[in-house]
Design a protein around this ligand. Sequence first.
Ligand code: FES
Length: 110
Amino acid sequence: MRWVAIEKHQIKDVELQLITVEGKKICLVKYNSEYFATAAKCPHAGADISQGWCENGFLVCPFHRYKYNLETGRGIIGQGDYIEIYPIKESKDQLLIGVKENWWKRIFGS
Ligand code: FES
């Protein structure tokens, strides 16, 4: 796991936004003053989930309104799917997002 720092002044103060971390598209969520980081691509049919909204602790996809738990990534009962959740730490000026390291990058570089 590698922690990637994002300066808070570089992100918008909105509920959902699409950011790129280590070349990976991530949906950054600010919900009830707490940050979450999820995969940006909806597993149902590939929509950009950062165009959706939050509701009762769930991230709602704008295409077909599938819902994913912000903390676990699990879809609601009956969906049978999930989105990846990235660990996130917050400090005064930064967000740290945990991304898996690619073993080939460690060995061969980018
Ligand atoms: S593409 Fe997200 S619910 Fe269908």
